[in-house]
Design a protein around this ligand. Structure first.
Ligand code: SAM
Length: 343
C-alpha cells in the first residue's frame, strides 16, 4: 500500500499491522513530512493548539534498581544522593501551584525510605492546597501502596514500559522483569489511575518492529499518556558505550502514536530536548501536546542525573514558567489552562 494511503487510513482509525507500522517508522526525511503533517492535523482536531505544562518535582535520587541505562542505578556510587522531606515536597508543590501549575508529577528513584504512610501524608497535604492533579512516578511498589495512594487522592501514575521486547526488558532490568512491570501498569489502571507509560528509542537490539510493538502496547495497557524519548548514555552505567537514540526516529514514533491514539497525552520528553532543541521544537508540530518543567530546587536538579544534561541559570519557579510560556507562544502554541486529565 502507498504510504500516504496507509497514513490516511490509520488517521481514519484503521489498526495497522506491525509490519505496516515498521514501514512508516522507516520513512525517509522527505516522506515522513506527510506523516508529520497528518499527525499535526489529528492533534489539532483533538487537542486544539494547546500545550499542557506539568510541573515535576524530582524528590529523591536514591534508587534500589539496577536499570542498565539509568544514572540513578544503585551501583552508581559516584552520585551524591539526596532526599526531600515530605514537608519540603508539599511546600515545593505549593510554590508550583501559585506559579500556575495544575499538575504536579512527583518522581523519584525506587526509594523505600518513602513508606506508604509518608507518600500518603504528601498526597493528603498537597490536596489541601487546591485543585492540583497529582501524578506519582515512584516505580514498582506493593499493590496495597498503589491502592492507598489512590484513596488518598493521587490522580495519575507514570511508570514507563521502557520497551515492549520482554527479553530486552529483562536483560536491562536485572532486579525485576517485564511481567511485573506490565502487571503494575494494569493494576494501576484497574485502581482508577490515569496511567502514563512510554518507552525509549535507541535501546540495544531495538528494531522498527520493536518500536511498532511498543506503540501497540500503549493501547493494550490503556495508557492515557506516553513519553517517548531517545536513550542518552550515562558514563556510570553498563550502557555507557551504547550510541545515543535517534531524534528523527523519536519524532516518527510520536507522530505514529498520535495517529493511533488521538486523545492520548504525548509529551515532548526531556530527553528529546536534551538531545537537540531543534527536535524538541519539531515535536510540538508532529503530535505532542504536553511538556514537563522541573520545579524542584536547583541543588537537587543537578543531582537527579538520569543522563547527562545542562541545568541552566538559576531562576524562580514563576520566572521559569513565564519563560516556558513565552517559548511555547513563540512556536505559535497556546497554553492550556485546565488540569489536562486523560481522555
Ligand atoms: N523510578 C521510576 C520508574 O522506574 O518509573 C521513575 C524514575 S525513572 C529514573 C524515569 C525515566 O527515566 C525512566 O522511565 C526511563 O525511561 C528514563 N531514563 C532513565 N535513564 C535514561 C537514559 N539513559 N536515557 C533516556 N531516558 C532514561
Amino acid at each position: 500500500m502507498d504510504f500516504k494511503n496507509l497514513i490516511n487510513k490509520i488517521a481514519d482509525n484503521y489498526i495497522p499491522t506491525i509490519k505496516e507500522m515498521a514501514a512508516i517508522l522507516e520513512l525517509d526525511e522527505e516522506k515522513s513530512q506527510y506523516l508529520f503533517r497528518v499527525a499535526d492535523e489529528v492533534k489539532k482536531i483533538y487537542h486544539g493548539n494547546y500545550i499542557h505544562i506539568r510541573g515535576i518535582i524530582e524528590f529523591s535520587n536514591y534508587c534500589r534498581c539496577l536499570c542498565k541505562y539509568c544514572g540513578l542505578q544503585a551501583d552508581n556510587n559516584e552520585l551524591i544522593r539526596y532526599r526531600m522531606t515530605p514537608d519540603e515536597i508539599v511546600e515545593n508543590t505549593r510554590e508550583a501551584f501559585e506559579a500556575g501549575y495544575k499538575t504536579i508529577v512527583l518522581q523519584s528513584g525506587e526509594d523505600m525510605w518513602y513508606t506508604r504512610e509518608k507518600i500518603s501524608y504528601i498526597i493528603r497535604n498537597i490536596k489541601k492546597i487546591g485543585d492540583i492533579a497529582i501524578t506519582l512516578s515512584v516505580g514498582e511498589r506493593d499493590f496495597d501502596d498503589y491502592r492507598q495512594w489512590k484513596e488518598d487522592g493521587a490522580d495519575r501514575f507514570l511508570i514507563k514500559q521502557e520497551t515492549a521486547d520482554e527479553n530486552l526488558y529483562n536483560s536491562l532490568h536485572p532486579h525485576s522483569n517485564f511481567k511485573n512491570r506490565i502487571a503494575c501498569l494494569k493494576e494501576l489502571s484497574r485502581l482508577g489511575y490515569q496511567v502514563g507509560s512510554g518507552f525509549m528509542i535507541g535501546l540495544p537490539g531495538q528494531t522498527t518492529e520493536t518500536i511498532a510493538k511498543d506503540i501497540m502496547l500503549l493501547g493494550e495497557i490503556k495508557a492515557g499518556m506516553a513519553g517517548i524519548g531517545p536513550f542518552i548514555p550515562h558514563k556510570r552505567t553498563p550502557l555507557k558505550e551504547h550510541p545515543v537514540g535517534d531524534g528523527f526516529m523519536t519524532l516518527k514514533a510520536v507522530a505514529l502514536s498520535r495517529l493511533l491514539y488521538k486523545k492520548m497525552h504525548l509529551p515532548v520528553t526531556t530527553s528529546l530536548g536534551v538531545l537537540s532543541s531543534e527536535h524538541k521544537d519539531i515535536a510540538f508540530k508532529v503530535g505532542a501536546n504536553v511538556i514537563m518543567q522541573k520545579v524542584e530546587p536547583y541543588k537537587f536538579r543537578r543531582l537527579y542525573e538520569i543522563y547527562p544534561k545542562k541545568i541552566g541559570d538559576e531562576s524562580t519557579i514563576k520566572e521559569e514558567r513565564l519563560r516556558l510560556e513565552a517559548y511555547l507562544k513563540s512556536l505559535g502554541l497556546e497554553i492550556a489552562t485546565d488540569r489536562g486529565d486523560a481522555f
